[in-house]
Design a protein around this ligand. Structure first.
Ligand SMILES: Cc1cc2nc3c(=O)[nH]c(=O)nc-3n(C[C@H](O)[C@H](O)[C@H](O)COP(=O)(O)OP(=O)(O)OC[C@H]3O[C@@H](n4cnc5c(N)ncnc54)[C@H](O)[C@@H]3O)c2cc1C
Length: 462
């Protein structure tokens, strides 16, 4: 059989699965099938409509270095044409503050000056001591190597030895301390913790700086952001429409058996035969979820080595509410609440978004985390109420909640497993059972890193 005729099953019609389809197709593999569990594509890029406009329940923005998303835009003939975002800051009591403005913080001037100096030092450290840190995925990092494709539009292959990269396994706060740049956390925390990616005392630095590489962070600082008028889901809807084999929606995968060099997938009661399978859906979910989402280990003929590794995966409990306000209570802009981005304030409102600045009859979305590594999960209802109480404190009370979800978010492993080479062990299993692992866990939980990982997976193995 011609390799290009291989029958490839892709589990999941989110950014990772759909872009895997696109890159396969571009490489001449047209015999792929994308199975999506829900009745829509886009996964965590979910942009429902209210009053004639789309709002974001999931992904909101990108930056100019989103090269894989840009590939998709080009493939579809679309561009980032959405509203320009901007934001201000409030403290936990709802008072507007300007934390980075020296004139408004006379007492903080020494700290701000120090922070500025550390920011410069950090930029240099990343380029020198941590050369190779920003490559997509985590291959080789635990062994002090980098191996992948450069974070440039051309994505040329790069690899090398850099023992300092082992530091990326440290929790980010320890990583900063080790490098004498603790104050830069004040800048990184906004687009990290507020975006639901956990706290700096629990998440390995590798995740933080691969997503928030220096360039990306500066784009956030300067609010040099991409948005899409019809929402981020539109990118993936357009891609789905362009693909030769659009995703098959409402696919309930009951069983996957891998034997005799074939993959047998039972979908909606019928067995289908494939040669390879790419999994972009969750690999492992500790506990059960009310939305019925399962980990791959629950419906595959999972092998011991897969189970042993995937059991180490945890994820964030990140809650989003879409609320309406009375016109007079509508926030004039989006607000970040830094006070609430520390573990002691778990379950509080960290950020709330106003997407459409020219109208006050649109949706405001709120964001809160519900679990820290060292705590029990706070019950959903409690955080839901807490966030609404916080909105009142902020002076922007909700009149109605029109949409909400507690999303399976940012799968990751913790420092000990990261340092123990979790990623190299999983990478070594790629293809072993005619199975390839992609999606958020393999790189990072954002649209671009997942799409980029799919690009590289296709480049490396197909
Ligand atoms: C609130 C929020 C804000 C975010 N903000 C941003 C942002 O501003 N910028 C950014 O870049 N990213 C952002 N993200 C992250 C981004 O949306 C995700 O990282 C990205 O969607 C991951 O793509 P994926 O395909 O790996 O996973 P997903 O988007 O989760 O897609 C996985 C797909 O697999 C399907 N699936 C699951 N199980 C099965 C199964 N058993 N069978 C078949 N299909 C299955 C799911 O239904 C889903 O469609 C945000 C996410 C959220 C929730």
């Amino acid at each position: 059989m011609d390799k290009k005729d291989m029958r490839i099953c892709i589990v999941g019609g989110g950014p990772a699965g759909l872009s895997a389809g696109m890159y396969l197709e571009q490489k001449g593999y047209e015999n792929y099938t994308i199975l999506e569990r829900l009745d829509r594509v886009g996964g965590k890029c979910w942009s429902p409509t209210y009053n004639g406009k789309r709002y974001e329940m999931g992904a909101i923005m990108g930056v100019p270095s989103y090269y894989a998303v840009h590939d998709v835009e080009e493939f579809c003939g679309i561009t980032h044409d959405g509203p320009q975002l901007n934001r201000n800051y409030k403290n936990k009591d709802g008072k507007v503050i300007e934390p980075f403005e020296p004139k408004k913080n006379i007492l903080k001037i020494p700290r701000l000056l120090k922070m500025k100096k550390q920011l410069k030092e950090f930029g240099e450290l990343l380029e020198t001591k941590y050369k190779g840190y920003d490559i997509n995925g985590h291959r080789g990092v635990a062994e002090g190597r980098y191996d992948g494709f450069a974070c440039t539009p051309e994505r040329e292959p790069v690899s090398g030895v850099n023992p300092n990269l082992k530091d990326l396994a440290l929790p980010f706060n320890e990583f900063c301390k080790k490098n004498g740049v603790e104050l830069i956390q004040d800048v990184w925390i906004g687009p990290f913790t507020a975006f639901g990616y956990g706290y700096f005392d629990e998440i390995p630095a590798g995740y933080v700086i691969k997503y928030l590489d220096f360039q990306t962070t500066m784009n956030f600082v300067k609010v040099n952001l991409w948005t899409w008028e019809n929402g981020t889901q539109y990118i993936w809807e357009c891609l789905n429409d362009k693909l030769k084999n659009p995703a098959r929606l409402n696919s309930n995968i009951e069983k996957v058996e891998r034997k005799d060099g074939k993959v047998y997938v039972t979908v909606n009661g019928k067995v289908e035969e494939y040669d390879k399978i790419i999994v972009t859906a969750p690999l492992y979910i500790p506990g059960t979820r009310t939305d019925g989402m399962k980990g791959m280990v629950d419906y595959f003929d999972v092998r011991d080595d897969e189970m042993a590794l995937f059991k180490k995966i945890d994820y964030e409990r990140y809650d989003v509410q879409a609320v309406l306000t009375k016109p007079e209570d509508h926030p004039e802009i989006s607000y970040y609440v830094f006070d609430n981005m520390v573990p002691e304030r778990l379950g509080h409102l960290m950020v709330y978004y106003r997407r459409w600045k020219e109208t006050v009859d649109q949706v405001i979305t709120t964001y809160a985390l519900r679990k820290h590594r060292n705590t029990n999960e706070i019950p959903y209802e409690k955080v839901r109420q807490q966030v609404q109480d916080d909105l009142k404190t902020m002076g922007n009370p909700a009149s109605e909640v029109i949409n909400e979800w507690s999303v399976y978010y940012f799968p990751h492993v913790f420092s000990a497993d990261y340092a123990d080479g979790w990623y190299d062990k999983v990478e070594a299993m790629q293809g072993k059972y005619d199975t390839y692992y992609a999606g958020e866990i393999m790189a990072f939980g954002d649209m671009d890193e997942t799409a980029e990982y799919s690009r590289e997976l296709v480049e490396r193995f197909f």
